[in-house]
Write a protein of this length. Sequence first.
Lengths: 276, 319
Amino acid sequence: MTWFKKKETPSQADKSADVLWSKCNACQEIIYKKELERNFSVCPKCNYHFPIKAQERIAVVADEGTFTEFDSTLAPVDSLMFRDLKKYSERIAEAQQKTGLRDAFITGRCEINRLPAMVGVFDFDFLGGSLGSVVGEKIARMVEKAIDEKMAAIIFTSSGGARMQEGIFSLMQMAKTSAALSLLRRERLPYISVLTDPTLGGVTASFGMLGDVIVAEPGAMIGFAGPRVIKATIKADLPPGFQRAEYLLQHGVIDLIVGRRTLKATLGKLLGFLYQ
Amino acid sequence: MVKHYLDFEKPLMVLEREYEELQRFAPRNDPKVSARIERLEKMIAKEREDIYAQLSPWQRTHLSRHIDRPHTLDYIHLIFEDFMELHGDRGFMDDPAIVGGFARLEGETVVVVGHQKGRDVKDMGYRNFGMSHPEGYRKALRIMELAARFKKPIITMIDTPGAYPGVGAEERGQAGAIARNLREMASFPVPIIVVVIGEGGSGGALAIGVGDKILMLENAIYSVISPEGCAAILWRDGSKGSLAAEALKMTAADLLRLGIIDEIIPEPLGGAHRDYHVVAAHVKEAVVRNLGALKDVPEEKLLADRYKLFRRMGTFQEK
Ligand SMILES: [Zn+2]
């Protein structure tokens, strides 16, 4: 049995090599896809954590059948009429087409080892998981709901940072979400952030780093500035392992590194500590 | 006297330089000189009107970063009395890219915090071009916590290209330092006035930018990313900064229209650097007036209103 249910599509029925096999981005090992799925999309050979979609993440941590989605109708608008090489409105439409999502973030309530929590999950495939108004609004609402229903909030990040096409509104989502978390904190309700590859920019510099407990997936790139920007600024090579979860753990920036296979158990245990 | 001119000010420079030279060196009672001076005055006035009446976002970007533009310490000395600078984050170092401390404003004790850029090459290096390390944000937080505890209003001044992107900054938790400031500023039970005085660069600016009233100087900018950075990513060409500056909607007028800031503080024609005293007087008036309006607001309402202010920011649809 796979750990999440995948829709059977015609292309999956087709038995070409691409469909059956995946190549590990880290060790180049060719892995049977069914085996990869059974292993929570973690390379059985080198422990590389493949990126997973928001729905898959929910399947990893939530007790089966307990997830109820909130605010699924929230959708982005191009209020600045932003146009770079392409119109933002076109980018939105393409991303929606590609992912079947309205924006880069899913929120809802679920149980984790039978303990209730509000969860929010990024989907990196939607415009690089960028932080726009919809993401910020969904976070504010889920945190307010956590306060109303007196439960913990957990956010799983994977994001390149701000959504530039939303200009100043994107920046202000950092303040908006952090303000919501200040209310949760005042109510003495727990907030856990789970940082997955990659978590950068304004996402790290707001709710990403505000967890009462900050968990990261192995090997995840986590930082404020991106490595290329830093390299260009300091005009020198970066230390080995720089901005990876293991490096940050060593420097005291995060609490724990937890592999995907034990993530649910760890979150359940943490909620247990925080609730009772 | 203006020391440095921007590219688009070159026609004005020619006139102003001649005018200054005549004023200083030409014989006073020569009627030809007086006529020329009179004519120059008219030409300068017209040229100023022409250049500054319709500044593009890109031109304002350059004005906001003007090397002669007044910085936080200039405003502090022109607006407040008895400023006492406090130093250090109590953990690692004193970050000169952010300054802060106690001061008096019309007799009342206040706390002031701001990014500090340098003036000459040496000073710019010392101030790291106003780009703070985590310790700068932690120092700011420490000083603002004093304000919260001793019930003093907070005034912050934003003027930074952004938080410093460096190895040490990342190792010591740059993102976490910014994040904690955002969260804590949302909950300080004292009035907070934010003034964007120059460059409002991204999260490094916002890290001292959560407050009850957000004021912005006429030629300041405030943006999620620098126009050059945005151009490099979205246009794949860092030289397309002028296009990005238009698209990002980062001028004071844009941000007032978008409901992000509360008020635009006027600058002297040609920019704040043309008259420190005039611009400082405008800033002082706006800060005093806005603080006055918040003075008697009960704590709970102050915090609820501040939450609402940021809570409503963003645009989306529900369909
Ligand atoms: Zn592998």
